[in-house]
Design a protein around this ligand. Structure first.
Ligand code: GDP
Length: 443
């Protein structure tokens, strides 16, 4: 999952700071040096890192971190806030034209995920009661038109195509006209990508731009390509007035540099993050949530939002409270597992939970569905009292639970250890959170 390395490194830095009652200037400088290295290693643009560290240091001096009683927390808070700023501050929403249809033009290199994004965005818009029309403007890549038609078919959204013999400029123009005639309120125009930026590509997309005057020009970039993604974004932005960036393949093993640099380098906000090949794997990009995720504080809000579509609100609140206060029993664990399984790929959901990245780094912890079923079986074989107070599970109880769940004592031991780890992590984070969220004004 994206950011794993960065998260682990930053957590180590902050872990060291938290252990200290007071920080000297040297401690702060040392921590900043490590944060700097962690960011560089995550492939964040060099200049961006430099500015970032300068800002954090300035704030640390301003807030007199060295005099604080909870200096580690203050430093985490400053870094958290600066990360949010770095990624654009507040969420930047998709444009909406005063007079429909809203025209959205996609730009980007081949393979970045434009066609897939058109389908995903259409699904998202549809779920918000909009009526999108898809326009097949990529006439060069074999099968791009067909791909779009298949996507449209899957979600029952019409696709406008004039085949591959009409110019994309004309296709875009007629597509927008068609949307007006048919009362569709969003037009999503897919365009051709090339392997590299070339003049013909730029010229064509500029002409499309001039012909349809889009409300939104989204640059789709592959987060896996790291700094290259940022360079691509810069080249496009120099020639075409982009209004937003969409990062794709954030489900992959990206080090995260693109997400952290693209706004600072281009000035364009990241509007969406794509996290998989399936049509519903698209999320609005929230800088604050992403910053929390990067710092390993989990992404409780996204998790709760996902939960709310599956669980009723009261349960979701209770879930959040329990995680925050670390009042977590195996009953909660079981209930959560059940709800979580309804919500989507476990791997992605776990990334949103505080401390899970550390847990996942443990070689004993693997996310495979069979393992999850085994885990559930073990928890279900516990008595009511054992679920509430796992401390009481001695060796003979472990043997009984293993027999009851068709597992081994080693499996039971492992789960108990993981559960303890998880609670510890939650406790650690709950120390930073007040009743309404993190202390010190962290969002
Ligand atoms: P285009 O050339 O820009 O239109 O790119 P496509 O939409 O055809 O996507 C290229 C490939 O990337 C396809 O195999 C997609 O399934 C895949 N893809 C797109 N977005 C994502 C994503 O967020 N995660 C992953 N893992 N794959 C993606």
């Amino acid at each position: 999952m994206a950011f794993e390395g960065l998260t682990t490194r930053l957590q180590n830095v902050f872990g060291k700071l938290r252990g200290k009652g007071k920080l000297s200037e040297d401690d702060v400088n040392e921590a900043m040096r490590e944060v700097r290295l962690a960011l560089l290693e995550a492939d964040v643009n060099f200049k961006v890192v430099k500015d970032f560290i300068a800002k954090v240091k300035e704030k640390a001096v301003g807030l007199e971190v060295t005099k604080s009683f909870t200096p580690g927390m203050v430093v985490v808070d400053i870094v958290h806030k600066e990360l949010i700023e770095l990624m654009g501050g507040t969420q930047s929403k998709l444009a909406k034209a005063n007079r429909p249809p809203t025209v959205v033009l996609m730009a980007g290199l081949q393979g970045a995920g434009k066609t897939t994004l058109v389908g995903k965005l259409a699904k998202l818009l549809q779920s918000q009661n909009h009526k999108p029309l898809l326009v097949a403007g990529d006439i060069y890549r074999p099968a791009a038109i067909k791909q779009l038609q298949v996507l449209g078919g899957q979600i029952d959204v019409p696709v406008f195509s004039l085949g591959d013999q009409v110019s994309p400029v004309e296709i875009a123009r007629q597509g927008v006209a068609r949307a007006k005639e048919e009362g569709r309120d969003y037009v999503l125009i897919d365009t051709a990508g090339r392997l590299q930026i070339d003049e013909a590509l730029m010229e064509e997309i500029k002409q499309i731009h001039a012909a349809v005057n889009p409300d939104e020009v989204l640059l789709v970039v592959d987060a896996m390509t790291g700094q290259e993604a940022v360079n691509v974004a810069k080249s496009f932005h120099d020639q075409l007035a982009l209004t937003g960036v969409v990062l794709t393949k954030l489900d992959g093993d990206t080090r995260g540099g693109a997400a952290l640099s693209v706004k600072a380098v281009t000035g364009c906000p990241i509007k969406f993050a794509s996290t998989g090949e399936k049509i519903d794997q698209l999320e609005a990009f929230h800088p604050d949530r992403m910053a929390s995720r990067i710092l390993g504080m989990g992404d409780m809000l996204s998790l709760i939002e996902k939960a709310q579509t599956n669980i009723d609100e009261e349960k979701a609140k209770e879930l959040e409270r329990k995680m925050r206060t670390a009042e977590f029993t195996f009953d909660d664990f079981l209930e959560q597992m059940e709800q979580v399984r309804k919500m989507g790929p476990l791997d992605q959901l776990l990334d949103m939970m505080p401390g899970m990245n550390k847990l996942k780094a443990n070689p004993n912890f693997k996310i495979d569905e069979k393992q999850i079923s085994r885990t559930e079986a073990i928890a279900k074989s516990m008595t009511k009292a054992e679920k509430q107070k796992p401390d009481m599970i001695n060796f003979s109880r472990r043997k009984r639970i293993a027999a009851g769940s068709g597992t081994t004592v080693a499996d039971v031991n492992r789960l108990l250890k993981q559960f303890e780890d998880m609670k510890k992590m939650m406790k650690q984070f709950s120390g930073m959170m007040g009743p309404k969220g993190p202390k010190g004004g962290m969002k």
